[in-house]
Design a protein around this ligand. Structure first.
Ligand code: SAH
Ligand code: SF4
Ligand code: F3S
Length: 439
């Protein structure tokens, strides 16, 4: 047999992209490639890209410039752009970035081997056709960079919510769900291989639907694979977070006590412009439902600051909602206008850059305070921690997470990654809990 050629994949963006890179890895290993973590030895470089904000795209563009060097060293080297930038920019990327040979959108990965054979003849190859039914359900992902303990399972693709600022509905296409049996089988096989945590992925998991199975039904089935398998999910849209899901979580201790519920803005006026389809009251009532059904559940969020026409008053509404929801963690972003979105057409990007920056700083400062407070409240408590790896800072410590998704570091003793360990928390920073294993 001829030697396998080497594929190096670099991934940007959301968890969905990381999961897609594993699907791509699987398709390519079926076509006489093996993956490598060393770019220097690659015959093929794939960059799986993100378009969510302008700076995400700029980062990839800068990286592409660096690839010229590898191409000079190895003339046969092929470079492919995958994912959301490929979908959004299409041929434009080929004309602007000479180093690129192949452009492939998120629903066309099965076509990669054919596109590659075109590129090998020196031509440029492109497929950015979006699909109404592709879910890659039958493809068994190659677990790249895996710690062997936690894995992603993609349960649906696409998004049709059309939040006015967001590029995802254009880059990922129609929403579609994956056959639940294939999801449960994947979870079972991962558990058999020693994995102890799966994260079910979709842009809006609460609208998962396959015949009579909704998301609550699906997550219940996955949780029943084994009580020793932790189940997480991302992302929930506040408009669709149902009581039935919260009840299902309450009934399964292995579904983690952690919900990511992106707020985006605390102002009703801005939420309407964003087309988020909920208001402050609805959102707060969802937070209260979480607190009622799942005491001790962590809540995290995403916030965009400086959306079109946002005033100081709107900004203060956001700060106030953050305090009321008392988030354990947040991802916070400056609004970045995306070409082709509704906001781009209808709402001018009129908040000055300095104002965006100073509001972002206030939001980050507040969240630091909230995260620290949340962590301080955990000191003295005992949590079951799934150990994941030897701590980066010290070989004598293990690092893992509790059900609330907080990172917990503790002295190793005889424990190893993959073990569930009861840890009593005795100190914290804004980012981590520290403790001691108790037997
Ligand atoms: N589907 C998920 C979010 C995916 S994108 C959801 O709806 O919750 C992740 C986050 O990026 C979003 O929640 C939002 O906070 C942020 N984001 C999306 N578009 C953005 C834009 N144009 N500018 C700044 N942040 C954006
Ligand atoms: Fe974007 Fe909204 Fe869809 Fe999330 S739900 S991916 S923010 S359009
Ligand atoms: Fe980015 Fe596409 Fe995910 S735009 S956030 S990689 S869906």
């Amino acid at each position: 047999m001829e030697d396998k050629r080497k594929l190096y994949i670099e991934t940007y963006g959301c968890q969905m992209n990381f999961s897609d890179s594993q699907i791509v890895g699987s398709i390519m290993t079926d076509h006489n490639f093996e993956t490598t973590g060393n770019i220097e030895e690659a015959d093929l470089i794939f960059v799986n890209t993100c378009s969510i904000r302008d700076n995400a795209e700029k980062r990839v563009r800068a990286r592409l410039r660096e690839f010229n060097r590898y191409k000079k060293q190895k003339p046969g080297l092929i470079i492919g752009i995958l994912g959301c930038m490929a979908e959004r920019l299409r041929e434009q990327l080929i004309s602007e970035e000479k180093v690129v040979d192949v452009i492939v959108g998120p629903d066309a990965y099965r076509d990669l081997p054919r596109l590659l054979s075109i590129a090998e003849t020196g031509q440029k190859a492109i497929n950015v056709i979006l699909s109404a039914d592709e879910t890659y359900a039958d493809i068994n992902p190659v677990r790249l960079d895996s710690n062997g303990i936690s894995a992603y399972i993609s349960i649906m693709r696409g998004c049709e919510n059309f939040c006015s600022y967001c590029v995802v509905p254009y880059t990922r296409g129609k929403e579609r769900s994956r056959d639940p049996q294939t999801i449960v089988d994947e979870a079972r096989s991962l558990f058999g291989q020693g994995y102890r945590e799966v994260t079910l992925l979709g842009q809006n998991v609460n609208s998962y639907k396959w015949e009579n199975t909704g998301f609550a039904g699906l997550i219940g089935m996955v949780a029943e694979v084994n009580p020793q398998l932790r189940v997480r999910f991302a992302t929930s849209h506040p408009k669709d977070l149902s009581d039935v899901l919260l009840q299902t979580m309450a009934a399964h201790p292995n579904i983690c006590r952690s919900i990511h519920l992106p707020l985006q803005s605390g102002s009703n006026r801005i939420l309407r412009l964003m087309n988020r389809k909920y208001d402050r009251d609805w959102y707060m009532q969802r937070i209260e439902a979480i607190r009622t059904y799942l005491p001790g559940c962590a809540i995290s969020t995403d916030i965009i600051t400086g959306f079109s026409s946002e005033t100081d008053e709107d900004h203060h509404d956001t700060l106030e909602m953050m305090r009321t929801a008392a988030y354990d963690y947040a991802f916070m972003f400056k609004y970045s206008e995306r070409p082709g979105t509704l906001a781009h057409k209808k709402y001018p990007d009129d908040v000055p850059e300095e104002v965006k920056s100073s509001r972002l700083k206030e939001i980050i400062d507040l969240q630091q305070e909230l995260s620290h407070k949340s962590n301080r409240a955990d000191v003295g408590k005992t949590y079951e921690v799934l150990a994941e790896s030897t701590s980066k800072k010290s070989g004598m410590e293990l690092s893992g997470r509790n059900s609330q998704n907080k990172v917990v570091v503790f002295p190793k003793k005889n424990y190893k990654p993959g073990d569930y360990v009861k840890v009593k928390i005795n100190a914290c920073t804004t980012a981590t809990l520290k403790g001691e294993a108790i037997d």
